[in-house]
Design a protein around this ligand. Structure first.
Ligand code: G
Ligand code: G
Ligand code: MN
Ligand code: NA
Length: 253
């Protein structure tokens, strides 16, 4: 209840912000994209992780407003980085389950792209398997998003309960291998087999594949040897504030 009231004021008080975690091509070590990750800096409690407050936002219906704010802010920031620095990389934004099923998701995303001037090919939407329960409706939404020119990636891949049949039903361009499979990849034979198989399957289905939670050189080497396209994780970079992105990648020294 306490957090709920505070969250209601968080948007007005500018306590929400977006951090950006770089995604790296394994082949050439270039930044090929960034994931937008929501942060809440509470004036007394400090940083409240999204895992704590997104469920509250979902339960109370605030997720619509907060989700739209994240999308708008991420699109605005990327458009600014493109026009100021010529930094043409896509941003991927997480959707919550409720947001995915909200009445006018496609129209609202279209409006945000128009308002911010970001071209649709620079926006990627991250969905999860658990959002795809209503397969017919989900594939309709994904088709409409794809028709706008937005790319779709499947987050936390391999942790949900859905069948693989959605991979052929839905227009998905990228699989994100969940970090729980990457964690013990250097020690655990089963994880190695699962990850190698996901990479091969993604490529056979003409999808890109990115590994999440890569923290060590050994994990990177395994992924490289198995043909994974891209990585995201602390090994390369933590999620960064906008000003850290600018000083690390965009300021000419
Ligand atoms: O950044 P961090 O590891 O703390 O994120 C924790 C969880 O919160 C992740 O599962 C991530 O997908 C989710 N998350 C982060 N930002 C957003 C957001 O803007 N919207 C939604 N729905 N989830 C987010
Ligand atoms: O569920 P989703 O994949 O959107 O969550 C991304 C979350 O993973 C973010 O909260 C981010 O902070 C976290 N994260 C990113 N890289 C790493 C990593 O290398 N190790 C760990 N433990 N967490 C990571
Ligand atoms: Mn994600
Ligand atoms: Na994940």
């Amino acid at each position: 209840i306490e957090l709920e009231g505070a969250l209601r004021k968080a948007v007005e008080r500018n306590e929400l912000l977006v951090h950006y975690q770089p995604q790296i091509s394994i082949q050439n070590e270039q930044v090929i994209g960034v994931e937008a990750l929501l942060r809440w800096i509470h004036p007394e409690k400090g940083l409240i992780p999204p895992g704590t407050f997104i469920p509250i936002a979902e339960e109370t219906g605030m997720i619509g407003e907060i989700g739209a704010w994240v999308l708008r802010e991420a699109c605005r920031q990327m458009q600014q980085w493109q026009s100021r620095y010529g930094w043409n990389v896509p941003v991927s934004v997480n959707l919550s389950t409720q947001q995915f099923h909200q009445e006018n998701l496609v129209g609202s995303i279209k409006g945000i792209l128009e308002e911010t001037g970001l071209k649709p090919e620079y926006l990627e939407i991250e969905i999860t398997e658990s959002m795809m329960m209503d397969a017919i409706r989900s594939s309709q939404i994904l088709r409409e998003l794809t028709e706008l020119g937005i790319r779709i990636s499947m987050d936390d891949f391999g942790t949900g309960y859905s069948s693989l049949s959605y991979l052929k039903m839905f227009p998905i361009q990228k699989l994100k291998i969940d970090r729980s499979f990457i964690k013990d990849i250097t020690r655990n034979e089963d994880d190695r087999a699962i990850v190698a198989t996901i990479i091969a399957m993604a490529h056979n289905l003409k999808m890109d594949v990115i590994a999440e939670g890569v923290e060590t050189k050994e994990q990177l080497d395994f992924l490289m040897n198995n043909g994974c396209d891209d990585i995201q994780g602390y090994y390369f970079s933590k999620p960064l504030s906008s000003s850290d992105v600018e000083s690390k990648y965009l300021t000419i020294m």
